[in-house]
Design a binder for this molecule. Structure first.
Ligand SMILES: [Zn+2]
Length: 114
């Protein structure tokens, strides 16, 4: 059985935006929005997954990502706040308890599907 931490990121959708840099040869650089499952976002938030290349880690917050070299421990939290701040915002109408419960349900569902 595969170890649980190895489960790949669950990217629901990759959305191209018009804010990217459109290069003369037709390539578009930057600005895609990754829509990920709450469980996957949570793994990134807790340091169990690389925010840049989505590599899962066996332990939270390694110093460096062994795949892309991202300085996970020092830079990921800041990067996460910038990239995902809006997406994982817990609104004033949602209590932390509800949010945690919802998250657990989501993780359970993912584990059943996986
Ligand atoms: Zn990485």
């Amino acid at each position: 059985m595969a170890e649980r931490w190895r489960r790949p990121a669950n990217v629901i959708e990759i959305e191209q935006t018009n804010q990217g840099l459109w290069l003369p040869d037709g390539r578009v650089q930057g600005q895609v929005i990754l829509h990920m499952s709450p469980g996957t976002v949570e793994r990134i938030r807790l340091g169990y997954m690389c925010v840049k290349c989505l590599e899962p880690f066996p332990v939270a917050w390694p110093r460096l990502c062994h795949v892309c070299g991202c300085r996970v421990r020092t830079e990921q939290a800041e990067y996460f706040a910038r990239e995902f701040g809006g997406e994982v915002h817990v609104g004033p109408s949602t209590s932390i308890d509800e949010e945690v419960e919802r998250m657990h349900e989501e993780v359970e569902r993912e584990q059943k599907e996986g």
